[in-house]
Design a protein around this ligand. Structure first.
Ligand code: ADP
Ligand code: MG
Length: 628
């Protein structure tokens, strides 16, 4: 089908299940062959490295999806499920991880890896197997090669986890055009079907197998500046990367072992018991009581579990989802007042979860969308926006976790607060503490707590080549840039000498950029795709806001400003508006990203005095009010 040449597909790379979708003029759809299950279980069975090469042997090929999942009990030592829980995580923090069937070992730089039949497998490699299977599906369904994807991650994923996800895509031969937050994807899918054409505030409550996410978004039917469509603005996100249906399964399995008075005698029995526990849990969404059967210590055991008992086990987990909801609502500046709650994730099929949501938000949850498929559908919609085939949706996303730097005494100085809109840029000044010092080490952390020990280490930077000067004299400006994927980039230069300090990034976990580049080269024969469409769309989104804010400020203080300045700002606004117009008319590839950026920068610079005057004027108005 040549009309879909070089398509971008949307992928929901879930902890439990993964899906691939595509969106064209007829709307988004899940890609699967007729008769094939729409969800691919995120389970991989690795081939035995010792039997590789013996032709015809079943064990020489990796197996992904339902087949791997169904035979997990038979191959407990080579089957990996819920591998996403280890993505971008450290070994030390993963040993306590509730992934009991994975043998977690220490990989490079203290990152988590998994031992499979004596070999070490990285979580990125597990994810890459799943992504390869999804790409093959998409290729078969679309009849063309698939090399680009929008891949979703939990909103709560930090820098290391997002980077690991991108590396996994590259390993699978897919360019990760955008890393998109899962709840945001769900909101996009909700948005294209919604009836209301007015503004709405929605909550996306995503309770899956491995993670819980809550997002609060504002959807506005935007008609300004010639853009007609829905503007999606993420107001706040919160969640828990260690909270999901898997945890309920573990509780049921533990209960069963206690109830029958024996433990699983090996990994195979444990794997079968977990499958049976999940089956029982799923059944209890429809019936009141279920009979469980599992072989423990070599004999078949039986016990009955009721829905009420299950609800009792789940209560603390559900309580934790509520804490996240409250925090997100608070960050969004809202009480419980949302217009809609969209349910996402298999675990939202549990009646107690629906009751809790109803109670917490005071409204009936919205269930018209299939909770299993909505994230992949949304990813496909975002993909079609990035391809320039859709112009009726704009997405403004936020960074999920605050970013800070280690300061003396193991404290963390916050630079970027959570829920700030991306992409964003901030700068921080550093200096030296010893005469003649030519290196400065900077430790970047992510998290909300005050102490280094309580935050996640993202990376350590070494600024080298600082000109030797007395202590405290060098002025090193470090620029932190968070791109639209939520991934951090760092630049630095010393202001007195004008020299660029080199930044050496040492990621706290996972692969260094050289390693991932090499792996990417190995896996990818094709060159990196042109990313300019993606960049131009981001520029359009942000400069629209610039124009709006500057226009509003100008309105208020026009009479106080010299005519020449007003004229200059208006000319700069017109230039930027012309670029936005062109993007909307002829697509993102019709303009040069560099020229667009230059126009936007010119407007930003010209508008500084306008914003200053506006701030002063509102301060004066405030003071006048207070003194009168
Ligand atoms: P993820 O996003 O983590 O991949 P999913 O959204 O696919 O997860 O949800 C998978 C989880 O949903 C599993 O824990 C599964 O047991 C659970 N689940 C699916 N259907 C039901 C159901 N009817 N009742 C209870 N739990 C369910
Ligand atoms: Mg999911």
């Amino acid at each position: 089908m040549s009309d879909h040449a070089d398509p971008i597909v949307g992928i929901d790379l879930g902890t439990t299940n993964s899906l691939v979708a595509f969106c064209d003029a007829s709307g988004p759809r899940i890609l699967a062959a007729p008769g094939e299950e729409r969800m691919v279980p995120s389970v991989v069975r690795f081939a035995d490295p010792n039997s590789r090469g013996s032709v015809g042997d079943q064990s020489t090929r990796n197996v992904v999806g339902s087949a791997a999942r169904a035979e997990a009990g038979r191959y407990p030592l080579s089957t990996i499920a819920s591998g996403k829980r280890l993505m971008g995580r450290g070994f030390a923090e993963s040993v306590s991880e509730s992934a009991p069937l994975l043998k977690v070992v220490e990989g490079k730089r203290g990152g988590a890896a998994i031992e499979v039949l004596g070999a070490t497998v990285l979580p990125e490699e597990v994810a890459a197997e799943i992504l390869r299977a999804l790409a093959a599906r998409a290729q078969a369904a679309l009849g063309t090669s698939v090399k680009r994807a929008v891949v979703t991650v939990p909103a709560w994923f930090d820098d290391a986890q997002r980077t690991a996800t991108r590396n996994a895509a590259r390993l699978a031969g897919l360019e990760p055009v955008r890393i998109l937050n899962e709840p945001t994807a769900a909101a996009l899918a909700y948005g294209i079907g919604r009836e209301a054409r007015s503004a709405e505030t929605i909550a996306v409550y995503d309770f899956g197998g491995g993670t819980f996410d809550i997002s609060i978004l504002r959807i506005e039917a935007d008609e300004t500046l010639g853009f007609s469509g829905d503007l999606f603005q993420v107001l706040a996100v919160s969640g828990d990367t260690r909270l999901g249906g898997d945890d309920i399964d573990s509780m049921v399995a533990d209960w069963f072992a206690r109830e029958v008075g024996v433990e699983a005698s090996g990994p195979s029995e444990a794997a079968m018991l977990r499958l049976e526990s999940e089956r029982a849990k799923v059944a209890l969404s429809d019936v009141e009581v279920v009979r469980m059967r599992a072989t423990l210590a070599g004999r078949e055991r039986e016990a009955s579990l009721t829905r009420t008992q299950l609800e009792l086990f789940m209560a603390p987990l559900l309580g934790r989802t509520l804490v996240c909801c409250q925090r997100a609502l608070k960050d969004a500046g809202l009480g419980a007042a949302v217009d809609r709650v969209v349910l996402v994730g298999g675990s939202t099929r549990i009646p107690a979860v629906r009751a809790l949501v109803r109670h917490a938000f005071g409204i009936e949850p919205y269930c018209a969308l299939n909770p299993d498929e909505v994230v992949a559908m949304g990813a496909a919609i975002q993909a079609s926006v990035l391809e320039g085939r859709r112009h009726d949706m704009l997405l403004l996303d936020v960074v999920p976790l605050s970013l800070g730097i280690e300061t003396v005494g193991g404290a963390v100085a916050k630079m970027i607060m959570r829920n700030s809109m991306v992409p964003l840029r901030t700068t921080e000044m550093f200096s030296t503490s010893v005469d003649g010092q030519t290196r400065v080490s900077i430790h970047v952390l992510q998290g909300e707590r005050e102490l280094v020990a309580d935050c996640r280490s993202v990376a350590r930077f070494e600024l080298v080549g600082v000109p030797p000067m007395p202590a405290g004299i060098p002025q090193i400006e470090v620029e932190f840039l968070i791109d639209a994927n939520g991934v951090l980039n760092v630049n630095a230069h010393e202001l007195r000498s004008g020299r660029r300090a080199q930044v050496q990034t040492i990621p706290s976990f996972g692969l260094t950029s050289e390693e991932s580049d090499r792996m990417e080269r190995d896996a990818n024969e094709h060159a990196r795709e042109d990313m300019s469409a993606h960049r131009v769309i981001d520029l359009a989104v942000h400069s629209r806001l610039d124009i709006k804010w500057t226009g509003e400020a100008l309105q208020r203080v026009r009479s106080e400003l010299p005519n020449s300045l007003v004229a200059q700002v208006e000319a700069a606004m017109a230039q930027v508006a012309a670029f936005i117009e062109k993007v909307q008319q002829s697509g993102p590839l019709s303009v040069s990203g560099d020229e667009f950026l230059a126009a936007k920068n010119a407007l930003d610079t010209a508008a500084v005095p306008v914003h200053e005057a506006a701030v002063l004027s509102s301060l004066r108005a405030q003071m006048a009010k207070e003194t009168s």
